[in-house]
Design a protein around this ligand. Structure first.
Ligand SMILES: [Zn+2]
Length: 439
């Protein structure tokens, strides 16, 4: 098949890109990749040409092939990979070492909106061309996604959950630990205390434009007072969320630490367990029986632990003690689930660490016992599958978006090379070249 014919076959995709407002001229690019990790195989290929027409990959050919009229991008001395995917970020906030309680009551979502334009840019330039946001102000993160899709703000593709749902007094209840007289128009809309409330809220969230639902079946670490080891959402509430979300073709991500809550959430059909700290052998059976993913979030675990030990006063009251109890078990938990054959998807829980440092997660996953190449699959193929769009993202194959990155060195031997991404293309547009941002 000729390059021209392939290009014609993607005309529909190109037309939709133009309608989406990119306004760009039709463009053909060939990328000469010295090595290619394509997101489908554990083996690196050598000397490969990737054909790009507008925002899509139209072919992958052996050898360095030139196509008349196409711009050539020379990555012969690099390893090329699919754009990375982080399945657990909070893209509209970042821990800056200040007092998080003060910030929560002195800043508005407008402050977060301005700051988040920097966070999405840093994330994209770090090679993360897609993120799944599982906890941000709902209307803010939906608007941010729209702005990125419209080309107003440079950033990764986003799948967004809005503000997480949970019970009164649970991990997602913003009023936890504060003066009970304090109130805010948005605080009550994230608490659900019955199946009826769960159904109505999930439907209302869909109406507001979210892509998935995030729930808080157990308590958490960075909230005041609630206990991570306890199941705080009732089974019928979890069940109502899962059924309503799935009926609307939305996935459900569940923040869970405690064993009982993990096993109940898995049995009730959630699509991923976030953190999953106190999982056990029974959990691994349930993950596999239901095809659910573990998103291990090792980066936040290590970062919170470090702060808890060195500067506990910088965390919300009660969080340091919880971090010291929870985080050390997370490495062993990932190790056990990985060995049991549980599906793992990459997720960092950014931004406790500055946005753009997401790739530090890879080394922590390797430290927990994962093979380097399996951490790469967790951030490409598996993440795309968990998000639910493997036809568009997560691999370098014909038909996928041209979301392509490159690093110097071999990430299947040393994953830390991913902490210094040299080249970033998203949807056929170059955002970083020779290690330098282009926007
Ligand atoms: Zn989180």
């Amino acid at each position: 098949m000729t390059f021209k014919l392939r290009a014609a076959l993607t005309a529909a995709a190109a037309a939709s890109a133009l309608l989406a407002g990119s306004g760009a001229q039709a463009k053909d690019v060939v990328i000469h990749a010295g090595k290619l990790f394509d997101g489908t195989s554990k083996t690196l290929r050598s000397e490969v040409t990737i054909l790009v027409h507008d925002d899509r990959i139209t072919g992958v050919e052996a050898g360095y092939v030139d196509h008349p009229g196409a711009e050539v991008i020379d990555l012969k001395s690099s390893t090329v990979l699919p754009g990375l995917i982080d399945c657990h970020v909070h893209i509209t906030s970042q821990f800056d070492g200040g007092d998080p309680v003060r910030e929560a009551v002195t800043e508005t979502s407008f402050d977060a909106a301005y700051k988040s334009t920097r966070y999405v840019k840093a994330t994209l330039e770090a090679g993360f061309t897609t993120v799944r946001d599982v906890g941000s102000d709902t209307d803010l993160v939906v608007a941010l996604k729209r702005a990125i899709n419209a080309g107003t703000v440079p950033g990764p593709r986003m799948w967004v959950a809005g503000a997480p749902l949970g019970p009164t007094g649970g991990h997602g209840d913003p009023a936890n630990g504060l003066d009970p007289e304090l109130t805010h128009p948005h605080w009550d809309e994230v608490t659900i205390d019955s199946p009826e409330q769960a159904r109505r809220t999930v439907r209302a969230y869909r109406r507001r434009g979210v892509d998935l639902i995030k729930i808080m079946p157990s308590g958490g670490v960075l909230s005041i007072g609630d206990d991570p080891s306890l199941q705080l959402m009732a089974d019928d509430e979890i069940k109502a969320v899962v059924e309503t979300a799935h009926a609307l073709k939305m996935k459900v991500a569940a923040h869970v630490h405690g064993t009982t809550a993990i096993n109940h959430a898995l049995a009730l059909g959630v699509d991923s367990i976030e953190h999953g700290s106190f999982g056990d052998a029974e959990s691994d059976k349930l993950y596999k029986a239901h095809g659910a993913y573990l998103v291990p979030t090792m980066l936040i675990a290590s970062a919170v632990y470090d702060i808890a030990v060195t500067h506990p006063e910088k965390l919300p009251p009660t969080s340091a003690a919880k971090a010291i109890a929870v985080t050390p078990v997370m490495q062993g938990n990932l190790n056990r689930s990985y060995k049991a054959g549980v599906k793992i998807a990459f997720g960092t829980d950014q931004g406790l660490v500055p946005h753009g440092q997401n790739a530090r997660e890879f080394a922590l996953m390797v430290k927990a016992g994962m093979a380097p190449v399996d951490t790469l699959l967790a951030a490409t193929q598996n993440a795309a599958d968990l998000i639910g769009d493997p036809a568009d993202i997560g691999s370098v194959q014909a038909g996928r978006y041209a979301d392509i990155i490159a690093v110097n060195g071999d990430p299947t031997a040393d994953v830390t090379v991913l902490e210094h991404v040299a080249f970033v293309m998203k949807g056929g547009e170059v955002y970083k070249r020779d290690g330098k941002p282009t926007h």
